[in-house]
Design a protein. Structure first.
Ligand SMILES: *Cc1c(COP(=O)(O)O)cnc(C)c1O
Length: 382
C-alpha cells in the first residue's frame, strides 16, 4: 500500500468488537490472563499496550522495518538504542546534529565509557579516518541539524555493514514519508515524533524501528527493561497527527522551497542552507528522499540583525521546536545547540548569525510578508 493510505488508515479495522474507526485509548496497565501460562498478548503496559502497539506496527510498516517501538520522547528513543553499546565502544556521529543528542552522548555516555567522533559524514574518507578498532556504530542525521548537510545513506550504510558497525539514522527531519533509511541499508531508525510525525506541537514522543528480528529482540528487551515507553494517550494523539502527515509534508516542502528562494535574494541574508541549493547535496537528496524537507537555515549579514529580526516577527514564532503546522524560527547558537562547545560550533558553522526555520503550512504570502518586514526592520535599525 502507498504511504498516504497507510497513514490515513492508522488504527482503522483494528477494533473488531465495536468497529471504532479511531482506535481506542487503552488506559489499563494490567491485563487478565485467559488461564495459567496463557496471555492475550498483553500482560502489563510497560511491556505492551494495545494502543501503543497499533502505533508501533504503523511506524514499522512506514519505515519498511521489522518492528517499531514507541518511547516517551525522541531522547528516550536515542537513549534506549544506545543500550546496544558497551563501555569501550566508539561511535562515529554526524558533525552537526541535534544538540540534545550531543549532550546525551557527551554528558552521559562518555562518563559510561563510550567515545564519539564527530565527522562530516558527506566525506567517506573522513569517516574511514575517524574509525578505530573499537568503532561499533555510526549515528547519522540527514539532512543535518541545523546546516542541512546531506549524507549518502546507501554509501555510508554499506560501509558500516562491511565494517560490522551498527548504523543508526535519526530520521526526524524527513520522516518515513520523505525517506526510508532502512531500505538504504540502515539497521535502526529513531525519531523525535514530537516534530513532523505529531505535527501539531502538542505531543512529546519518540520512535524506534529495527531492520531485523534479531535487532528487534534486542531493542524490545531494552525498551521493556529501561521503561521509557510512550503512554497510551500520547500514542493515540501521535497517531491522530500522523494521519495527515503526507498532506502536511507536501505543504511544508512547497513553502520551504519558496521561502529558501526568497531568502537567498534578500540583501539582509548572507547564505541559505536548503538541501536543494548545493548541486552535490541536491543530487544525493534526490536519490534517497522525496523532496527536500521543510527545514532551512540562513545566516543574516550581521550578528546585530538577529535580535531586531526576531523581535519583529509577528506571525512566525521565535520558538525552539520544529515540524509543526505553525512556522517557528530558532537561533541555534543560543537555543538548540547551546550545549555544543564554541569550538565545535565554529567548526560546524553554527555561528551567531545563523537562524533555523521550521516552515509551517500557512499561506506562503503571509510567511514571506512577515519575514520581509522583520528583515527590513533589522537592516534599518543596525
Ligand atoms: C527534537 C529532536 C530530538 C529529540 O527529541 P525529543 O522528542 O525532543 O526528545 C532528536 N533528534 C532530532 C533531530 C530532533 O529534532
Amino acid at each position: 500500500m502507498h504511504k498516504e493510505t497507510i497513514l490515513a488508515q492508522i488504527g482503522n479495522h483494528r477494533e473488531r468488537e465495536t468497529g471504532a474507526i479511531s482506535f481506542p485509548v487503552y488506559h489499563s496497565t494490567a491485563y487478565r490472563h485467559p488461564g495459567p501460562g496463557r496471555s492475550t498478548g498483553f500482560d502489563y503496559t510497560r511491556t505492551a499496550n494495545p494502543t501503543r502497539s497499533v502505533l508501533e506496527e504503523a511506524i514499522a510498516e512506514l519505515e519498511g522495518g521489522d518492528a517499531g517501538f514507541a518511547c516517551s520522547s525522541g531522547m528516550a528513543a536515542v537513549q534506549t538504542v544506545m543500550g546496544l553499546f558497551s563501555p569501550g565502544d566508539h561511535l562515529i556521529v554526524s558533525l552537526d546534529l541535534y544538540g540534545g543528542t550531543y549532550r546525551l552522548f557527551e554528558r552521559v555516555w562518555v562518563r559510561l565509557g563510550i567515545s564519539f567522533s564527530y565527522v562530516d559524514l558527506r566525506d567517506l574518507q573522513a569517516v574511514e579516518a575517524a574509525a578505530t578498532p573499537q568503532t561499533r556504530g555510526i549515528f547519522i542525521e540527514t539532512p543535518t541539524n541545523p546546516l542541512m548537510r546531506v549524507t549518502d545513506l546507501a554509501a555510508l550504510c554499506r560501509m558500516a555493514r562491511d565494517k560490522g558497525w551498527l548504523s543508526i539514522v535519526d530520521n526526524t527531519f524527513m520522516t518515513p514519508y520523505g525517506q526510508q533509511p532502512l531500505l538504504k541499508g540502515a539497521d535502526v531508525v529513531v525519531h523525535s515524533a514530537t516534530k513532523y510525525l505529531g505535527g501539531h506541537n502538542d505531543v512529546l514522543a519518540g520512535l524506534i524501528v529495527t531492520a531485523t528480528p534479531e535487532l528487534s529482540d534486542r531493542v524490545g528487551e531494552l525498551v521493556n527493561t529501561l521503561g521509557a515507553v510512550l503512554g497510551p494517550q500520547e500514542a493515540w494523539l501521535l497517531m491522530r497527527g500522523m494521519k495527515t502527515l503526507a498532506l502536511r509534508m507536501e505543504k511544508h516542502q512547497e513553502n520551504a522551497m519558496a521561502i529558501a528562494q526568497y531568502l537567498s535574494t534578500h540583501p539582509a541574508v548572507d547564505q541559505v542552507y536548503y538541501p536543494a541549493f548545493s548541486p552535490g547535496e541536491r543530487q544525493v537528496q534526490e536519490g534517497q528522499a522525496a523532496g527536500y524537507g521543510g527545514m532551512l537555515s540562513f545566516r543574516v549579514q550581521q550578528e546585530e540583525m538577529v535580535s531586531p529580526f526576531l523581535s519583529n516577527l509577528r506571525l512566525v514564532s521565535y520558538a525552539e521546536s520544529l515540524g509543526g503546522v505553525e512556522s517557528l524560527i530558532t537561533h541555534p547558537a543560543t537555543q538548540t545547540h547551546a550545549d555544543l562547545p564554541e569550538e565545535i560550533r565554529k567548526r560546524t558553522g553554527v555561528c551567531d548569525r545563523l537562524l533555523r526555520m521550521s516552515v509551517g503550512i500557512e499561506h506562503l504570502e503571509d510567511l514571506i510578508g512577515d519575514l520581509s518586514r522583520a528583515l527590513n526592520h533589522a537592516r534599518v535599525v543596525i
